[in-house]
Design a protein around this ligand. Structure first.
Ligand SMILES: [Zn+2]
Length: 380
C-alpha cells in the first residue's frame, strides 16, 4: 500500500480559512505540501469536512478504563477509545488521591507520555477547595503547598502539563509562580476565589480556567467572582464542557462569545464511561453511577466528570450552538495544542505537522480519524 495519500474533494479547514474542494496530502506520518506520483487518492463524498485531530487537555478516561487508577493497559484502552472519537492528542487527568499514590500514578503516566501515547499529565486535585470539591474526596484535599506541588512535578519527570489549583488557598499564589517558572500550566479551578483573588492568580502566571462555571462561585451582581475575572482577561484560556449537561447552552454561548474562539478550549472531562455506557464506576476513590450518560457521585449526587467525547462536542457546537466550524476547530484543536506547547507538531493541517486529522460528513458525524498518517477509523 502506498505510504502517501491524498484526501480529496472535502472542505478542508486550514488556519487561514476553509478550502472548498480542497485536499490534504499525507506522506508517511506527516502532512506534506506536494503529492508524490504514486500517492493513493481517496475521494471523499461531497459535503465532507477534513479538520485537524482534536486535542483534549482534560480527560480522566474512557472505554470503561481509567487514567486515574487503571493499569498501563487500561490507560491505553482509554486513549484508544478517545482516538476512535477523533481525539488524537490527549492529556491524562488524575483526581484527588493520597500524595504517594499520585506520585506513583505520575510515574506510570510519565512513561506513557515518553512513548507518545499521551501528551502529558494534568493533576486535578488534591490542591483544591473543600467548598468546591465536586467529585473529589474531601478527606484527601490539601492546601497547595509549593513543596507538595514540586513533589508531583518531580514524580512526573517533566511530563506534568497542568495543575488545577484553588489559588486562594494558602500557598496558592506561590504554587502558581512555581508552575509558571517551570513552564507548567497553572489552571484556576475547583475554587472559591473572589474576583480580586482570581486576578491576583492571573497576575502570578495562571493561564487556564478549569471547566469555567463548574466547581466555582456563580457570577453575582456585587460579587463577580472568578467567572468574570477569567472571562475578561486576555491571558486566560477557558475550558468548556459542551455536553449539554454541565452547561446550559446559553451559558456556553455567553462564555464562548465573550472569551472568543482564540481563548476557548473545548474539553471532555471524560471519565471511564465515555464511549462505553451506563453503569457503576469508580472515579479515584469515589463511587459514581452513570445514568442516561450523566455521571454522578453515588453519595451527594455531584456531577462526576462527563461521558463526552470530542466528536460530540464538535457536532453540538456547530449544530446546536451554531458556531462557525473554523471557530470550533480553533477551540478543539489549535488552542489546546498551543497551550501544551505542541502547536509546531499538532493542532492544524499544515505541511510538516503530524498527519492527525478527522473526517466529518455534512451532518458533522465522524467518518474517519487519522493519527500520524495511519487510519484509526478509515472512511468508507
Ligand atoms: Zn476533571
Amino acid at each position: 500500500m502506498a505510504t502517501s495519500k491524498v484526501l480529496a474533494g472535502a472542505q478542508v479547514v486550514l488556519p487561514t480559512g476553509t478550502l472548498s474542494n480542497g485536499r490534504v496530502i499525507v506522506d508517511g506520518t506527516r502532512i506534506s505540501g506536494s503529492a508524490p506520483a504514486d500517492a493513493e487518492t481517496i475521494d471523499l463524498p461531497p459535503g465532507h469536512w477534513v479538520v485537524p485531530g482534536f486535542v483534549d487537555i482534560h480527560n480522566h478516561g474512557g472505554g470503561g478504563a481509567s487514567f486515574t487508577s487503571g493499569t498501563v493497559e487500561d490507560v491505553l484502552k482509554g486513549v484508544h477509545t478517545h482516538r476512535l472519537h477523533g481525539t488524537t492528542t490527549v492529556v491524562a487527568s488524575t483526581v484527588t488521591g493520597e500524595m504517594d499514590f499520585l506520585a506513583q500514578r505520575a510515574g506510570l503516566l510519565a512513561e506513557l507520555a515518553e512513548q507518545g501515547d499521551i501528551a502529558g499529565i494534568h493533576f486535578e486535585g488534591p490542591f483544591i477547595s473543600p467548598c468546591r470539591k465536586g467529585a473529589h474526596s474531601e478527606a484527601l484535599l490539601r492546601d497547595p503547598d509549593p513543596a507538595d506541588v514540586r513533589k508531583l512535578m518531580d514524580a512526573a519527570h517533566g511530563r506534568a502539563k497542568m495543575f488545577t489549583l484553588a489559588t486562594e488557598l494558602p500557598g496558592g499564589i506561590d504554587s502558581v509562580r512555581l508552575l509558571a517558572e517551570h513552564g507548567v500550566i497553572a489552571a484556576i479551578g475547583h475554587t472559591d476565589a473572589t474576583y480580586e483573588q482570581t486576578q491576583e492568580a492571573i497576575d502570578a502566571g495562571a493561564t487556564v480556567a478549569t471547566h469555567l462555571y463548574n466547581a466555582m462561585p456563580t457570577l453575582g451582581h456585587r460579587a463577580p467572582g472568578p467567572i468574570a475575572a477569567l472571562l475578561e482577561d486576555e491571558r486566560i484560556t477557558v475550558e468548556l464542557i459542551n455536553d449539554g449537561t454541565h452547561l446550559h447552552p446559553a451559558s456556553f454561548e455567553l462564555a464562548f462569545h465573550h472569551a472568543g474562539a482564540a481563548r476557548t478550549a473545548l474539553i471532555t472531562d471524560a471519565m471511564d464511561a465515555a464511549g462505553f455506557g451506563d453503569g457503576r464506576y469508580m472515579l479515584g476513590p469515589l463511587e459514581v453511577v452513570v445514568l442516561d450518560s450523566v455521571a454522578r457521585l453515588v453519595e451527594g449526587g455531584s456531577i462526576a466528570g462527563s461521558t463526552l467525547t470530542l466528536d460530540r462536542a464538535f457536532k453540538r457546537s456547530v449544530t446546536v450552538d451554531r458556531l462557525p466550524v473554523e471557530d470550533v476547530v480553533r477551540a478543539i484543536s489549535a488552542n489546546p495544542a498551543r497551550l501544551l506547547g505542541m502547536y509546531d507538531t499538532v493542532g492544524s493541517l499544515e505541511p510538516g505537522k503530524d498527519a492527525d486529522l478527522v473526517v466529518l460528513d455534512a451532518e458533522f458525524e465522524l467518518k474517519g480519524v487519522m493519527r500520524k498518517g495511519e487510519w484509526v477509523v478509515a472512511p468508507n
